[in-house]
Design a protein around this ligand. Structure first.
Ligand SMILES: [Zn+2]
Length: 355
């Protein structure tokens, strides 16, 4: 098991590094160009007969998978990862035009993960051609999930999915074998799985994982999320790297059903909830969430009002007694927050002080 101390890509606290930094940190091959002519970077690790394809950054505002693959390359180059028997084919940023904007959609405004039937974007067509060329026995598709997801009340810091190959979500032999391989991996990792969930296996015919399953390419989706007070998603980086490596080295002969027994993740989680806030002569709950943004090379966080009223039935990452709150402005939904929230002082959506 690797931990945060093993690679700077697992430990550094930024949740975004520039595309320029990614390009210049390692020696990459270039396999093509995006619609705005940014290079599509590629790296090959190992030279064994068993082929594995891994990609991240299909959505440009989902960066944890990129840190996972950079740490993988880093650790392999430091000879801390044994890939005997395997060749790993890696695309760190499938959608660089979206990455430089920190947006979901590509330069033309198309969501790549809804384009794996029509292949109307250069990036999705390139990705599929690249995968088929390498004839992988297994693929890893790395994404980030929103903070609304939780597993039985705990923030879902990682959700896994072996996608469906058809509308009826049947467990085909290939899907079953992949589930077994992930189950065995989770067993050998021997860690507490609180906060690890299963992503819904509803069939999305235009998403890449479902398309690949339907066409005979087994794959695992790793959705990285936040743990409590871990908005840089370091817990998910470490877990994601370890589950990926253990699954590569795992066997589909495993009879374990640990993957199948993971609880399904659910939505509805709030980030910070302040209770007992005096607002218009009433005591209400106020939920505040973070919006991360990238402006050129600068990153920032904006705190906005997510919801208010009676939020007692909603799970939350953190609860703070807001009795001491001094509001200086009305609370407007989705707008930057201003006020003294107990020990937290917000001004125009900036967290000035945290007690
Ligand atoms: Zn995504």
């Amino acid at each position: 098991m690797f931990s945060t101390s093993d690679s700077s890509y697992l430990s550094r606290n930024e949740w975004y590094i520039t595309y320029e930094e990614i390009r210049t940190t390692f020696d990459w091959e270039i396999i093509g160009y995006s619609s705005e002519e940014r290079p599509l970077l590629y790296k090959k690790l190992g030279n064994g007969p068993r082929s594995i394809c891994i990609w991240a950054g299909m959505h440009g505002n989902e960066t944890t998978g990129i840190f996972i693959v950079l740490s993988l390359i880093d650790l392999f180059q430091k000879k801390q990862i044994d890939l005997t028997g395997f060749t790993l084919h890696i695309l760190p940023v499938v959608n660089p035009d979206a990455y430089v904007r920190y947006s979901r959609r590509n330069g033309l405004g198309i969501d790549l993960n809804r384009d794996f039937r029509a292949f109307q974007t250069i990036e999705s067509a390139k990705l599929i051609g690249w995968i088929k060329m390498h004839e992988p026995e297994l693929c890893f598709n790395l994404h980030d999930q929103r903070t609304i997801f939780h597993v039985e009340g705990s923030p879902a810091y990682t959700s896994l999915l072996v996608p469906s190959a058809d509308k009826s979500r049947s467990v085909t032999p290939s899907r079953k074998a992949t589930m077994a391989r992930v189950s065995g991996a989770l067993d050998t990792m021997n860690v507490d799985l609180t906060g690890v969930g299963r992503y819904t296996d509803e069939f999305y015919p235009t998403a890449i994982g479902d398309y690949l399953m339907a066409n005979g390419y087994p794959n695992v989706l790793i959705e990285s999320g936040v743990a409590v007070d871990d908005f840089s998603r370091l817990t998910a980086r470490v877990f994601g790297l370890n589950v990926l490596l253990h699954t590569i080295h795992g066997t589909s002969e495993s009879t374990s059903s640990t993957y199948d027994n993971l609880p399904l993740n659910e939505s509805g989680m709030l980030e910070w909830v302040f209770t007992n806030v005096l607002y218009a002569h009433m005591r209400v709950d106020v939920a505040i969430k973070r919006i991360q943004y990238v402006n050129g090379h600068a990153t920032g966080v904006l705190y906005v009002v997510d919801d208010l009223g009676d939020l007692a039935s909603r799970p939350r990452m953190k609860e703070v007694d807001g009795t001491a709150i001094g509001l200086t402005q009305p609370l407007l939904l989705d707008k930057p927050v201003t006020g003294i929230f107990g020990e937290y002082l917000f001004e125009e959506g900036q967290l000035i002080n945290q007690g």
